[in-house]
Design a protein around this ligand. Structure first.
Ligand SMILES: Cc1ncc(COP(=O)(O)O)c(C=O)c1O
Length: 375
């Protein structure tokens, strides 16, 4: 059997929306992006959303908005994709890592205060695998020290915890629509926020800091643009937005299906003493982006290769950022700097996890994983 790591779930209605845009005048940022942004903001329960080309860009712009730069520090987690820390590096600031909770892999809020210095300007949290961090506690700490909170919600568009949705306690939340994400345009991203000033700045920042975009320049009599500040070039196109606008209507239904799939996996691995899975905090809504198992760290790579030999696509989410060559060499991090993140990074295997998996395929993954890890 061949079970790819991921198969997308685009429907005819999504493709039809793209065709409409392709047959229209405006391929770049225009009406379709505006419609998508409205729907996205409504879905996450924030006032505003701005469509971008990636979550990496969203994070970079969020850091930039707060004027964070050289001499500044930003607290974040090593247990994430490199984009999270890179966004801090782009600004010339220093990422200060804080280790994670051993049961969830999310940043350990109880360790944040001791990492705060006079230079700390913000905290970037990552809602790992789709489960929100303890935002109430993190917001409290941030307020005490007058820090900004940026949420890396690349995994967690649908998440909730303690009655709080993603983006509601953070100053800016950042989303990814990368190929394997719960909502996708192949590549894409967005921010959401409740502050009109941030919203208006983001609209410009995604297009070089220009005062007018193409749609406003060309839809009426020509108006000159100015460049008000140095922005990036990362505006979402109508093509990307069109692919997602109808997906947003199906997102809750898909989450239900992934929740059921997660329970099938949980049940399948329940009796296997060689497998642990990240804890799910009760009373929340897990966005169920990735399903990872934690196995013996000395055997993880061997297990992954055996799973691949059996036709099962696997991934590692994530090897900790502080042990990447760049960060090791720049900041002198070594093995042992953040032991819990390192343990997760050494022992994690992400399994195929998408709604197109058939019952037969799910059973095959469960049986193969159990056989290999018990062998
Ligand atoms: C936690 C996390 N943050 C940020 C990103 C970057 O997203 P993008 O590829 O849209 O830049 C990813 C990508 O997978 C991610 O997993």
């Amino acid at each position: 059997m061949k079970i790819e790591f991921y198969r997308h779930n685009l429907a005819k209605e999504d493709k039809d929306e793209v065709i409409k845009v392709l047959n229209s005048l405006f391929l770049t940022t225009g009406d379709c992006v505006a419609e998508f942004e409205k729907k996205l903001a409504k879905y996450v329960g924030s006032k505003y959303a701005v469509g971008l080309t990636s979550c990496t860009n969203a994070l970079e712009l969020a850091v930039k908005y707060f004027g964070i730069g050289h001499e500044d520090e930003v607290i974040t987690t090593p247990m994430s994709f490199i984009a999270t820390a890179n966004a801090i590096e782009y600004a010339g600031a220093k990422p200060v890592f804080v280790d994670v909770e051993s049961n969830t892999g999310n940043i350990d809020a109880s360790l944040i205060e001791q990492a705060i210095t006079k230079k700390t300007k913000a905290i970037i949290v990552v809602h790992l695998y789709g489960q929100m961090c303890d935002m109430k506690r993190i917001r409290k700490i941030a307020d005490k020290y007058k820090l900004k909170v940026i949420e890396d919600a690349a995994h967690c568009l649908e998440g909730e915890r303690d009655g709080i949705k993603v983006g509601q306690l953070g100053d800016i939340a950042c989303y990814s629509f990368y190929a394997t994400k719960n909502l996708t345009s192949g590549e894409g991203g967005a921010i959401s926020c409740n502050d009109k000033k941030i919203y208006e700045w983001m609209l410009r920042a995604r297009q070089h800091g220009m005062s007018k975009n193409a749609a406003t320049r060309y839809s009426k009599k020509y108006e000159h643009y100015d460049m008000e500040f140095l922005g990036n070039k990362c505006n979402m196109s109508n093509i990307q937005a069109a692919l997602m606008v109808k997906q947003l209507d199906r997102i809750e239904g898909y989450l239900d299906m992934r929740e059921k799939l997660a329970r099938k996996y949980d049940k399948g691995f329940l009796k296997n003493k060689n497998i642990k899975t990240p804890a799910v905090i009760s009373g929340g809504k897990h966005a169920r982006h990735l399903y990872t198992i934690w196995v013996d760290r000395d055997k993880r790579d061997e297990y992954m290769h055996l799973l691949q030999d059996a036709g099962i696509g696997v991934a590692v989410n994530f090897r900790p950022i502080h042990l990447m060559k760049y960060y090791r060499e720049k900041y002198g991090y070594k093995k042992g700097s953040f032991p819990i993140s390192e343990k997760i990074g050494d022992s994690t295997i992400t399994l195929p996890f998408y709604i197109k998996l058939s019952d037969k395929e799910v059973k095959y993954v469960i049986d193969t994983v159990n056989t290999i890890t018990n062998g």
